[in-house]
Design a protein around this ligand. Structure first.
Ligand code: ADP
Ligand code: MG
Length: 291
């Protein structure tokens, strides 16, 4: 009797979902959007409102002339569905204008060397001195601690470390990998084919630069399987690791302790201990130089 009742409830729910979906399909834009996806119908009907959001964002993009007039939830991005290993996800994809901005930023960062560092900001001097010493003394045979450089937005954290690492790569032929941490996590999740190859590189490359740790959404997977594994391996192999963050190490500990709505202070503590062993802690609080 109980079972029968539940089946009926489920059937009612599916019926409602179907009606809802069919109603939305009356909108020609929505219909066209859905038809292009070629997704199975049972998957579609459960997420009508999310697909409607995606469709609206595609419409917003149609006549848009540039990021300055972006109407979407996340500026320069489009909310979009994606199927990975038969599971449906919704992500934010950069639009054509945002891609250009990213390319430009990446290109300008790829080129900067230590000689490009403008030394006029007094607040940066201590960091620049530290980077100069690191460059002079760096030796692959000995193990060197990197930096945990935290501080205010736009103060030059990423810029300064990038200049040092580009210099080491070009003039001392050190292998460098730089990752913007929130993107790296997304990328590992989505690109299963290259997962082990990428992880192996993060674990073993001469110098790893994890940019903007603390800006990611914490999940147990990202914290324990990815970050924890990478940092443990780097400690074991005595490899140099750099971090930048808007959070102090204490704030990062707090940030990492809450994953998927559950609190785990022990796991977070473990990550923090590894970061402390791998780095020296420095702060850079200065004016925002981003235009
Ligand atoms: P953060 O990572 O701290 O948020 P960034 O490193 O992205 O900040 O710095 C913002 C911008 O400021 C950089 O793109 C760069 O153009 C400029 N900048 C910061 N410090 C310097 C410097 N010492 N010399 C030249 N440009 C700098
Ligand atoms: Mg930065």
């Amino acid at each position: 009797m109980q079972e029968l009742k539940e089946i009926t409830k489920e059937e009612v729910r599916i019926k409602e979902l179907k009606i809802n979906f069919e109603n939305a399909m009356k909108d020609p834009n929505f219909k066209q959007f859905i038809d292009q996806l070629h997704y199975p119908k049972n998957m579609l009907i459960k997420y009508t409102s999310k697909f409607e959001e995606c469709c609206q964002e595609v419409q917003n993009c149609k006549h848009c002339k540039g990021i300055f007039e972006c109407k979407n939830q996340l500026e320069g991005h489009r909310f979009f569905p994606k199927i990975i290993q038969e599971k449906l996800y919704f992500t934010y994809l950069p639009c054509k204008y945002q891609k250009k901005v990213l390319e430009k930023e990446e290109k300008s960062l790829q080129k900067i060397m230590m000689k490009d560092i403008d030394p006029s900001d007094k607040k940066q001097l201590k960091i620049i001195k530290w980077l100069d010493d690191f460059y002079e003394n760096f030796d692959l045979v000995k193990s060197f601690k990197g930096l945990y450089l935290h501080g205010s937005f736009g103060s030059g954290k990423t810029y300064l470390i990038t200049a040092l690492l580009n210099e080491l790569e070009k003039t001392k032929h050190v292998q460098i990998t730089m990752v913007y941490f929130p993107d790296a996590l997304r990328d590992l999740k989505e690109d299963w084919e290259n997962f082990s190859y990428k992880m192996k590189n993060y674990m073993e490359v001469d110098i790893l630069f994890i940019d903007d740790i603390g800006a990611e959404k914490v999940t147990e997977w990202g914290r324990d399987e990815i970050l924890g594994t990478i940092l443990q391996a780097r400690m074991n192999h005595h490899k140099t690791t750099f971090f930048t963050s808007n959070l102090t190490i204490l704030e990062l500990e707090e940030h990492l302790s809450i994953a998927n709505n559950s609190v785990d202070k022990v796991k977070s503590r473990r990550i923090i201990e590894r970061i402390k062993q791998l780095t020296e802690d420095m702060e850079l609080i200065s004016e925002n130089r981003r235009k």
